[in-house]
Design a protein around this ligand. Structure first.
Ligand code: BDR
Ligand code: CA
Length: 313
């Protein structure tokens, strides 16, 4: 059984990933931590509570503090064209959800839970990496106690989706992402190189909605704005970014990876760019010395990933 803390900014593809984690028989979802990104942290937290209630998810929800790791960055812009004004496809989520939050801030929840389960917790981060970076800053020893980190973010050999250089989750808090990539734990980055290949067609979404009962029907309702947006960019379907990171946990054989230290550019025209130094390549001493080797996904069996998502939902 994989114990998972899901760090997320729901967000429509986040919602699908959350349902996947909740329903997969080999996954024990032990916590949900929220971060800004697809909407403000107030909205993504309300959405996490809404989905927890609608889908009867037992895991506690702990709220992030809504700040980027670099205090000079002040997140205020949200992609309402993609995720809606409510972050869940404009389905009229109630303003407040009558469920309690975990009393701890997200970073403290992560630290406590990792320390209570040494060597057992996988962190899956599918939003800005702010909560993970703040947790590492507060308690660097957790790096040795986490089983693995799986991140949806970044673009290595393909263009970004916010700028030609940068993917949204990294671009929204590059300093945090650099802390996460360079910490002494095992990180696998599931970036646009593979997620952009993983397109769920409208037909498959409809089949899931018909076969998956009320939960899947809600997911389908939430996804309509998102599939309309993506349908204009990719052929008749939507990119299921965040679910790809969750599938990697249970089916890593469906991905090919490249190993090497990873760093994130902060500032300038390449703000938020992810760069990997291939293992075995030597460079003069500098910013790449003594960094852990991490895994960047370079290939995916997209049909098999989509089939596993559909079966689980
Ligand atoms: C990532 O950005 C967000 O919009 C999505 O939820 C996903 O995590 C894709 O770049
Ligand atoms: Ca996300």
């Amino acid at each position: 059984m994989h114990k998972v803390i899901f760090d997320t900014d729901p967000g429509i593809d986040d919602a699908m990933a959350l349902l996947f984690l909740h329903q997969h028989p080999e996954i024990d979802l032990i916590g949900i931590t929220t971060v800004f990104g697809n909407a403000s942290v107030e909205t993504t937290t309300r959405n996490a509570l809404f989905l927890k209630r609608e889908w009867s998810i037992p895991a506690p929800v702990a709220k992030g503090d809504g700040k980027a790791f670099n205090p000079m960055r002040n997140p205020t812009d949200w992609p309402v064209m993609i995720h809606g004004h409510d972050g869940l496809g404009n389905i009229d989520v109630p303003d407040t959800i009558d469920l309690p939050l975990d009393p701890r801030p997200a970073q403290r929840f992560i630290i406590d839970t990792v320390r209570e389960n040494p060597g057992e917790v996988t962190l899956i981060a599918v939003g800005r990496m702010s909560n993970l970076a703040f947790a590492l800053k507060e308690d660097p020893e957790i790096a040795a106690l986490v089983k693995q980190v799986i991140v949806m973010g970044g673009a290595f050999d393909v263009p970004g989706n916010i700028t030609p250089a940068a993917e949204a989750n990294i671009h929204g808090d590059p300093e945090a992402a650099d802390v996460v990539m360079t910490a002494p734990w095992t990180v696998t980055v599931v970036g646009l190189d593979v997620t952009m290949q993983t397109v769920m067609t409208r037909t498959l979404l409809n089949e899931i909605a018909e076969a998956g009962g009320a939960r899947a029907k809600l997911l389908s309702d939430i996804s309509q704005l998102y599939i309309d947006f993506y349908g204009r960019h990719v052929k008749d379907g939507m990119v299921v970014h965040d679910s790809c990171a969750c599938v990697y946990l249970v089916a890593p054989e469906l991905f090919t990876t490249r190993s090497g230290a990873i760093r994130v550019v902060a500032g300038g025209i390449a703000d938020g760019q992810t760069i990997q130094k291939p293992d075995g390549r030597a460079f003069p001493p500098g910013n790449w010395d003594d960094l852990p080797s991490q895994n960047a996904c370079t290939g995916i069996d997209a049909d098999a990933v989509l089939a596993l998502i559909a079966e689980t939902l």
